[in-house]
Design a protein around this ligand. Sequence first.
Ligand SMILES: Cc1cc2nc3c(=O)[nH]c(=O)nc-3n(C[C@H](O)[C@H](O)[C@H](O)COP(=O)(O)OP(=O)(O)OC[C@H]3O[C@@H](n4cnc5c(N)ncnc54)[C@H](O)[C@@H]3O)c2cc1C
Length: 443
Amino acid sequence: MAVKSLYWFTNDLRLHDNPILYQAYEHCDSLLCVYFMEPQKQQFNRYQLVSVGEIRHRFLLQALQALQSNLATLGQRLLVMQADPMLSIPVLIEQYGINLIYRSRHCGWYEQQQWRYLKQCYPHLRFVEVDTHTLYSRDQLPFPISDMPKSYSKFRKQIEQNVTVSSPLFVPDYLPPQPNVFCSDYLDIRHVHISDNDQVEWHGGENAALMHLKQYFSSSLPSNYKETRNAIEGWDNSTKFSPWLACGALSAKMIMATLLDYEKYKEKNSSTYWIFFELLWREFFQWHAHAVGRDLYRFSGVQNKRLLNSFYPTRFKQWCEGSTPYPIVNAFMKQLNQTGYMSNRGRQIVASCLVNELSVDWRYGAAYFEQQLIDHDVAANWGNWQYIAGVGTDSREKRWFDLEKQTRLFDPNQHFIRYWRGDENLNALDSVNIDDWPMSGRG
Ligand SMILES: Cc1cc2nc3c(=O)[nH]c(=O)nc-3n(C[C@H](O)[C@H](O)[C@H](O)COP(=O)(O)OP(=O)(O)OC[C@H]3O[C@@H](n4cnc5c(N)ncnc54)[C@H](O)[C@@H]3O)c2cc1C
């Protein structure tokens, strides 16, 4: 029987190091490549925010355009459908006689539910989930996912002692042909106009990602990464791989292969090791998300710990727009709103402020990051937020960043604050919080 496959692209928007394309090349007679822009992700969610905000959406469109033109070089085409995959995939299965469906293994709870639902509806079809998003595949892990280590250091030790990253795959010379497409309700991504935003330093898509990878490792920046990575501004201080990694325009294994070459031919030191160390943090959060399932989004976190935080709409609004009493926090939030990016130190500081100074439910912060960040990654974002809120994988009570000290350390001349106008529009906080309620027993 002819193998008629459907490849449902999600967070794997690339040709290089793509094991699904390889499998399709080896085993399929026809291949339908589809990406869904889900209308639900642009509608208000339970936090009254959207999942994919404007800057992230634009970055994604660029990535899809690049994927489309790269697939065209292999005689393929990407159908971009503005539809709910749960409604459209059944139609495609019928129309094209699909008997095999591929998708990247996804750690998001919502995405896993979609996959489960389809499998239940079509028990006679083959569903193949492949690890494209991580450094290691699931069967390379030296433990079953149910025994996933609870802390990063335990995870790192087990991984470093037992597994190596395999080499990235080459792009196949050609792909199976697309069946004759007769549906017309797809978006011709080639002709979508994407407006410019001078504030955003990234261009979406695989080609820009590979070019940046090459430039980064052609420079001497990796040799100083450990000393510079914590800086709060500057393109060169950290790798800036995250936006492309998040949508899969860049493969983590590809980064590792280039890093190993750098170590072999240029220099190997504690900084080059630290790039791997950070990629392992990413890896840890990915498998952690698989292990904990929907607890990743729970207020009480994976520790099931009750916090006294709540939802204070005015404070949350001040935090989002950058009009809190704290100039450094305002500067970071304005940077995020205009560029879709914030340094790691910035994220730690604003997250700590939301949780500790503003006493707001951390999930609102995570949902706002999800909307705004061009590198939003469900595992890294929600996992890091839980960590800062003290309900996640960290054994410490919680992470509190002293705002004055952080300003002195990272912005001693207030250059960053002034550049982003963090010192304008400072507003005092409302005074209503849990301590003001007689029921707290402290009034
Ligand atoms: C509250 C909060 C939310 C975050 N949300 C995200 C998110 O949605 N998506 C995301 O990719 N990262 C997230 N991070 C992690 C980190 O801030 C970014 O990965 C990093 O700032 C991206 O810039 P870079 O590529 O230059 O990083 P580098 O410093 O150059 O690090 C190299 C790579 O390692 C990975 N990495 C580094 N630090 C972490 C970390 N703490 N957790 C997971 N991976 C890490 C990233 O893939 C990154 O690209 C979050 C951190 C915090 C504190």
